[in-house]
Design a protein around this ligand. Structure first.
Ligand code: HEC
Length: 144
């Protein structure tokens, strides 16, 4: 049996395998090149309110407690899909405005940020934008 595995056979497996995976790699690269420009909505660049909302997000260090599409701290809920979870942009704004809610045993509480109506609207617009990014169905459930 071992005699039938020749140097030529080994070489053919090497070249064949290399060729096969090179083709798979090229096909996946090509597919990515097709998909990614459609996912990247480039809205952030054209809509100043989304950019302003991102700024509110950053300057208030929301990511110090929350994750956004998985990136951030694990103290508070994932917010990449929060608009879908709470139902609307208005509900997100009302939630942030109504904090803190304290005294519920076992529940973490979010501080009041005293955002202006404009900042509140901006950050909710940013979160709404994030919730519409095509993330290939991630997170897998609505809780995030
Ligand atoms: C100190 C930690 C902390 C920071 C900083 C923080 N949050 Fe929160 N946030 C929480 C906690 C804890 C909850 C869950 C509280 C609750 O359900 O009452 C929450 C919940 C939320 C929710 C509702 C999530 C859901 O699914 O119900 C939204 C929206 C939200 N935060 C937005 C923000 C934004 C925007 C900022 C930045 C301006 C921010 N948070 C900063 C702690 C924080």
């Amino acid at each position: 049996m071992s005699g039938s595995f020749t140097t030529t056979a080994a070489r053919n497996i090497f070249y064949g395998g290399t060729m096969f995976f090179l083709l798979v790699f090229l096909a996946l690269t090509f597919q990515n090149e097709q998909i990614i420009p459609k996912r990247d909505r480039r809205e952030m660049l054209s809509n100043p309110q989304i950019a302003a909302g991102k700024k509110v997000w950053e300057t208030n260090n929301c990511v110090g407690c929350h994750t956004l599409l998985g990136e951030g701290a694990y103290f508070a809920p994932e917010l990449g899909n929060v608009t879908k979870r709470l139902g609307s942009k208005e509900a997100v704004m009302a939630f942030i405005k109504a904090r803190p809610v304290e005294g519920i045993p076992g529940r973490r509480s979010m501080p009041q940020f005293n955002l202006t109506d404009q900042q509140l609207n901006d950050v909710a617009t940013f979160l709404d934008y994030v919730s519409k990014i095509d993330t290939a169905k991630w997170p897998p459930n609505i809780q995030g």
